[in-house]
Structures are given as structure tokens and as C-alpha cells.
Design a protein around this ligand. Structure first.
Ligand code: ATP
Ligand code: MG
Length: 427
């Protein structure tokens, strides 16, 4: 992509309204722009990141044996009346009426819709287990939308729903999601720790939140210091239940099993949530199957959310410095920024154009800064948007056939031949 035809309106100044680094950086790099409180437009650069995060989440959900569906954003009140949540959900639910005066709502989550689908199509224990997920916009009329997309009103969520015959089966589904979550966050260079959680409006008796430790996090968490050396990739539900980590609303100093000197506290950003809630929805919505003895039994369910739009901000909280963002390669909007330091020099521009083509041919995602700007502004912009690599070329490259390759994260720079740079980026 050529910068001259792309659209990423970068800002030098810090936007007044942005209190945390990720919000400031998402606005300053032109990833997002606010439409109204808690509601954003994703501009091209931001959308590329959002799509990459979404794809990683999708791949790990698929790997865990889940089936992708796409449920609507608008749901009928009727389904929520059956579960009893239409009245319980309160002001966070955005309600509306259609032209026939039917009550509708913008879905804050989708337990009712998916359980109804299950109830209509699945009748036998032979069809279990089943896991369905979707990646869809949700709306919650948050009392205090803030920190940009970190706590929006409209936000993109992956929500998965598991259906099992028995409680053991449901626990196996829960375990499969725990593993999927650990892999998902590791692929984004994030360490998210699963913390025991209250079950909130959804209800239930087993629940963990995945928290990324960050000073700007909204939740206060208390955890056993063992977590700091824990290899999360080996986590099982059984092991997890022997470890202590709790969000503040569940933490009680009186009953906490961890001795004071081993108890750590930190702030966290909740990026995912797993729930087991048994038959809370299957009974009222009629999701029963026939077991091997011909008896009708309500299915055991769980639900599993990941905040995809919140993750863009959480990744920036974990990966930035004074100069800007430092994207992990897996979610970077482009892998490389190619900088032409003198667009007025014809030979230099021809060489850069050629380099751009070679990178594209090698399958490299590259943002080519071909704009007529001063060197300082170009460097600052590239550091700000934080692509993992920069290839810097100027008139000197014409004779030397060399470029400078900079690693955004370490700041390390090496001189190498143009071919070697293409090879290195293409591998
Ligand atoms: P929170 O405590 O942050 O309000 P929640 O418990 O209401 O979260 P869930 O209902 O479990 O959230 O939703 C699943 C995931 O969706 C959360 O883990 C979070 O990552 C994301 N999420 C929830 N609310 C928002 C929001 N207002 N803006 C952005 N992401 C959100
Ligand atoms: Mg909430």
C-alpha cells in the first residue's frame, strides 16, 4: 500500500479526551475515530488490525472443534422474556420497537438466540457435544463508556456456546476453551491469566476471566505469586482450581487461602471470559435432548466470550513505547514500512518503487511511504504506527544497492543488500 493513496490521518498532538496510552495511540495513528460516545468508526489501519485479531480468534475456535455461525445484531424481546433476562438486564440493553410495535433489542450477548436454535434442531444425545460461536457486534449501553474501544458501547465480541449431555462433558468443553484462549492470547504476544470471577448478569457456578496485567486496567485482581512463574500453556482446569486468583468483588481477605506475603495484587484488563452455567437457559428455552435411555434431559451449557475490539487496545497497552506502538507481527497492520527518504530524487524513487514491487511479489505486507515529507516527519510517523520492520532507502542506496533495516521494537539497525532485505522480510 502506498501512503500517498492510503488514509491514516496521524496526529502529532495528544488528543485531549484520551486518558490511556492505547486510546491516545489509536486516535493519533488514525486507527479509529469516534462517531458518538462509545461508538467508533474503524479507519483502514485499525480495521486491518481488527481483522487480524478476529482471524486468530477464529482459527483457535475452529481448532477447538467449534462451528462458526453468524447471528443477527437485532433480536426479538420475546426470546429474552423466556429466559427472564428481558427485565433483569436493565439499562445496559438498548431496546427499540419495529413498525409493528414489536419489542426488539440490539443484542448484548446471544445465549437466548443460540439456545433457541439448538432447541429447534438438536434432539438426541448422539448429536452432542456441540459448540457454536459467532463474531458479531454487540451493544451495551455502558454507564461510563471510556478509554476508546476498551469500553465501548458497540463492540466486537467472539461468543461461543457449548452444549453437552453431562456436567463432565460441559467441564471438558470448558477445558477446551481454556486451552483455546491460552493459545489465542499467546499468538498475540499477550500473557493473560485466568482469574476466578463472579458470574455477573449471566449467572452460573464456574467462571474465569482472562486478565492482562496492565496499570491502566479497570479491574483490581489478587493472585498467588505462583502465577508469575506459571507456564500458562500447561494449564488444566484441575490445576487452575488449586491456584488462587480473584477479581476484587470475589476476593475476601478473611477467607483468602494465600498467605499475605505470597498474595500479589495488580490491575488487569479483561479480554475474555469463560462461564459454565448448567441448565440456566436450556430449561426455559426448551433445549432438551433424549439420552440413551429415551429420557428427555436439559443440556448442560457454557458460554465463552472474547472482546475482539477491546483486544486491539489491550495489545497496544502491552506493546508501546514513548514513540508509539510496537505491533507484534501476528496482528501488525503491515509487516514492513518502506521509507523513501527523497522522493524528488528520480533514481532513488525508481529504486524504491522497484523495491516495493519486489516486496509485494515476495508476499510481504508493506506500507510504502512515498509521500513528499521531511525525514523527521517520516521517521516519527513510522515509529508511531509501529510496524515491526522499517526499510529505509535514500539516494545513497542507488549506488550501494543497500538499505537500512530497522527493528521497531529493539531499535536495532542493520545495513544489508536490497535482495537480502526482501529475502529476510519474505521468510
Ligand atoms: P466487563 O466486566 O469489562 O464489563 P463483562 O463481564 O460485562 O466485561 P462479558 O459479558 O463476559 O463481559 O463479555 C465478554 C468479553 O467482551 C469481555 O471479556 C470483554 O473482553 C468484552 N467486553 C465486554 N464489555 C465490553 C465493552 N463495553 N467494550 C469492549 N469490550 C467489552
Ligand atoms: Mg460489562
Amino acid at each position: 500500500m502506498r501512503s500517498s493513496i492510503y488514509f491514516y490521518p496521524t496526529l502529532k498532538e495528544t488528543p485531549q479526551e484520551a486518558q490511556i496510552a492505547s486510546h491516545r495511540l489509536m486516535v493519533r495513528t488514525g486507527m479509529i475515530t469516534q462517531v458518538t460516545s462509545g461508538i467508533y468508526t474503524w479507519l483502514p489501519l485499525g480495521l486491518r488490525v481488527l481483522k487480524k485479531i478476529e482471524q486468530i480468534v477464529r482459527e483457535e475456535q475452529d481448532r477447538a472443534g467449534s462451528l462458526e455461525v453468524l447471528m443477527p445484531t437485532i433480536q426479538p424481546a420475546e426470546l429474552w422474556e423466556k429466559s427472564g433476562r428481558y427485565h433483569d438486564y436493565g439499562k445496559e440493553m438498548l431496546r427499540m420497537k419495529d413498525r409493528h410495535e414489536r419489542e426488539m433489542l440490539y443484542g448484548p450477548t446471544a445465549e437466548e438466540v443460540i439456545t433457541d436454535i439448538f432447541a429447534r434442531f438438536i434432539k438426541s444425545y448422539r448429536d452432542l457435544p456441540k459448540r457454536f460461536y459467532n463474531i458479531q457486534w454487540k451493544f451495551r449501553d455502558e454507564i461510563r463508556p471510556r478509554f476508546g474501544v476498551m469500553r465501548g458501547r458497540e463492540f466486537l465480541m467472539k461468543d461461543n456456546y457449548s452444549f453437552d449431555l453431562t456436567m463432565e462433558g460441559a467441564k471438558a468443553s470448558y477445558q477446551a476453551m481454556l486451552e483455546a484462549y491460552v493459545r489465542t492470547f499467546a499468538r498475540m504476544d499477550l500473557t493473560a491469566i485466568p482469574v476466578r470471577a463472579s458470574s455477573g448478569a449471566i449467572g452460573g457456578n464456574l467462571s474465569h476471566e482472562f486478565q492482562i496485567l496492565a496499570d491502566t486496567g479497570e479491574s483490581e485482581i489478587f493472585y498467588d505469586e505462583t502465577y508469575e512463574t506459571l507456564d500458562v500453556t500447561t494449564l488444566t482446569l484441575d490445576r487452575l482450581q488449586t491456584l488462587y486468583a480473584a477479581a476484587d468483588e470475589l476476593h475476601d481477605p478473611e477467607t483468602c487461602p494465600v498467605p499475605q506475603e505470597k498474595l500479589k495484587t495488580a490491575r488487569g484488563i479483561e479480554v475474555g471470559h469463560v462461564f459454565y452455567f448448567g441448565t440456566k437457559y436450556s430449561i426455559p428455552l426448551g433445549a432438551f435432548v433424549m439420552d440413551s435411555e429415551g429420557k428427555q434431559i436439559p443440556v448442560e451449557m457454557g458460554s465463552y466470550g472474547i472482546g475482539i475490539s477491546r483486544l486491539t487496545a489491550a495489545i497496544i497497552e502491552a506493546h508501546h513505547d514513548e514513540a508509539g506502538i510496537m505491533w507484534p507481527e501476528s496482528v501488525a497492520p503491515f509487516k514492513v514500512g518502506l521509507l523513501n527518504m527523497n522522493v524528488k530524487n528520480e533514481a532513488c524513487t525508481k529504486l524504491c518503487d522497484d523495491m516495493y514491487q519486489k516486496l509485494l511479489q515476495a508476499g510481504v505486507e508493506v506500507l510504502y511511504d512515498d509521500r513528499d515529507r521531511g525525514a523527521g516527519a517520516k521517521f516519527a510517523d513510522m515509529d508511531l504506527i509501529g510496524l515491526p520492520w522499517q526499510i529505509i532507502m535514500g539516494p545513497r542506496s542507488v549506488e550501494s544497492k543497500q538499505c537500512e533495516l530497522k527493528n521497531r521494537r529493539t531499535g536495532e539497525k542493520v545495513e544489508l543488500s536490497l535482495e537480502d532485505a526482501v529475502k529476510k522480510m519474505g521468510s
